[in-house]
Design a protein around this ligand. Structure first.
Ligand code: NAP
Length: 518
């Protein structure tokens, strides 16, 4: 297959009035298509079910975005059954043909870009540029994993002894259960699903309840791309109702999960048990949360550091697993950096992304439970330290808005140790660089981390000693690019499966060694 070399999908230029116009038109068009019903899709059939998920706009919770089937164990069982039988043919389909489906899905996403962005802005309420970056990431996953499959389709080189031929290659694994979070509802769902599919597996796809309409759109795009029926079985539902069933079933070969550490640990535990008729040890790819630190050293470019800290902490209302939630500032520049951060964060425009346009820098948080959680942590922070920025959240009935919030605290404070997943930044003072590194590492998570410094010795120390799966120097710590910054953490942040990297696809396959003596 002759393909152009991989390159990342460029972001839209929002200074171009044509893009702004196209986005407004798409928002209006999608606005006329709200509150529709979305069934489950199992074996290519639309399945109506009794239960429903009512997905609402977080910026205006009285607005229904869509009514999505809430699958029960009955539909989960159907999905696993169809995925199991379809595995026989899909696993024997040529890797090139599988890769082609991903490339077609990428082309469809490009073609439907503004429509997809509009759905995202309505259902998840990210700022436009965030939605665009996430859709670009979804397209990148499709393009990158298609090429990765072509690279790996004949296996990899090993050595042979004289008189023998040794081959090392991969084969599909079985039925995968894909469980995704709401915060990257198109990108992560597409990435996890496409990796599983292109490697020859069949899947049961469960999006987050809060972004189920976007889940339905992703399923629809794979269908439009020509994916055979039964390869992707769209099984929306409440994790609390069907999650355990899908994870524990004997037909499930692997689980690919991204979400909170609490759910991830539960899945990991359940997947480890063998139940009747189970013929394998299940594989669980579990990618979870973070409490990501940015260290700002005394030699740093303080303006750039403050700007990138604000972007990393408050972009998408802090709802990225990679978001900076701890700022660790060298004592000698502490006051100066803090003043710059407060000034820049105050300038962020908080608003309704669907209405406010491209200038809205921060929308609401995703849901009422998330709003309550963040509001609860704001109360904790007020007890633990000093609030230098932010107000008490208002009435959630008017949208789940939380203003950019900043606490000055000790490193042991709960707001500096636990993942909040909202626009709340904890600022901690460090005596020197060694102290800053110690504070950064004194946390069970290990997802992203960053250092702003001009001191080469400090950067080299952090290169190896800062405990995080993704470490960034002198830049923001969010927005990992597929194929350029493979993404995933260790510690309590996950199994370090590194999405968008060269090791990711083999995690979805079984490696075989075949030796023939001549
Ligand atoms: P979550 O509450 O753990 O939910 C994630 C998914 O798991 C949802 O689809 C959820 O369904 C499902 N689920 C819930 N209970 C389940 C169960 N018992 N069995 C199986 N599945 C179950 O996480 P979230 O709030 O959606 O996502 C935010 C978290 O994701 C944060 O911690 C963030 O750091 C993390 N995250 C990590 C990465 C990474 O790459 N490491 C990337 C993005 C996000 P329902 O929606 O129906 O509850």
């Amino acid at each position: 297959m002759g393909l152009i070399p991989y390159k990342n999908e460029p972001g839209l230029d929002w200074s171009d009035e044509a893009n702004v116009k196209a986005m407004r038109a798409a928002l209006e068009e999608v606005g006329d298509s709200l509150a529709r019903n979305y069934p489950a899709i199992i074996g290519g059939e639309r399945i109506e079910v009794d239960g429903e998920i009512v997905s609402v706009n977080p910026a205006n919770p009285s607005q229904v975005i869509g009514r999505v089937a809430a699958a029960s164990e009955r539909e989960a069982d159907m999905a696993l059954e169809i995925a199991t039988s379809t595995f026989e043919s899909w696993s024997r389909t040529a890797p090139e043909a599988r890769a082609r489906i991903l490339l077609r899905a990428a082309a469809i996403m490009r073609r439907r870009k503004f429509e997809m962005l509009a759905w995202h802005v309505h259902e998840g309420a990210p700022p436009w540029a965030e939605a665009d970056a996430q859709l670009a990431e979804a397209i990148d996953f499709l393009e990158y994993y298609a090429r990765e499959m072509l690279r790996l389709k004949d296996g990899v080189e090993i050595y042979s002894v004289p008189g023998e031929e040794s081959r090392y290659f991969y084969q599909p694994m079985g039925v995968g259960v894909i469980i995704a979070p709401w915060n990257f509802p198109v990108a992560i769902l597409t990435g996890m699903s496409s990796a599983a599919i292109v490697t020859g597996n069949t899947i049961v796809m469960k999006p987050s309840e809060y972004t189920s309409v976007l889940g339905a759109k992703v399923a629809e795009i794979f269908e439009e791309a020509g994916l055979p029926k039964g390869v992707l079985n769209f099984c929306p539902g409440y994790g609390s109702e069907i999650g355990d069933y899908l994870v524990t079933d004997a037909r499930t070969r692997f689980i690919s999960f991204t979400g909170s550490v609490k759910t991830g640990l539960r899945i990991n535990g359940l997947a480890a048990r063998q139940i009747e008729n189970q013929r394998w040890i299940k594989r669980a790819l579990v990618e979870t949360g973070g409490k990501d630190a940015m260290i700002i050293d005394d030699s740093a470019d303080l303006d750039a550091a403050a700007q990138d800290l604000v972007t990393s902490a408050y972009g998408y209302a802090g709802q990225k697993c990679s978001a900076a939630s701890r700022a660790i500032l060298h004592a000698d520049v502490y006051d100066e950096v803090l003043a710059k951060v407060v000034e820049k964060a105050k300038a962020l425009k908080v608003g309704v992304p669907a209405e406010g346009g491209v200038d809205v820098g921060m929308g609401p948080v995703i849901s009422e439970p998330q709003f309550e959680k963040v509001a609860g942590y704001i109360e904790v922070g007020k007890e633990e330290g000093e609030r230098l920025l932010g107000e008490d959240p208002g009435d959630p009935a008017e949208g789940y808005f939380v203003s950019p919030t900043l606490f000055e605290v000790d490193p042991e404070a709960r707001v500096a140790q636990e993942e909040i997943f909202g626009p709340v930044l904890s600022v901690i003072q460090a005596r020197d660089f060694a102290d800053a590194l110690r504070i950064a590492n004194d946390n069970p998570y290990g997802l992203t981390g960053g250092v702003y410094s001009k001191n080469r010795d400090h950067l080299e120390l952090a290169r190896h000693e800062l405990r995080a799966g993704n470490v960034y120097f002198n830049r923001k710590i969010t927005g990992a690019l597929v194929g350029v910054q493979p993404f995933g953490g260790f510690g309590m942040s996950g199994t370090d499966s590194k999405a968008g990297g060269p090791d990711y696809l083999p995690l979805h396959m079984l490696a075989r060694t075949v030796v023939e003596r001549f």
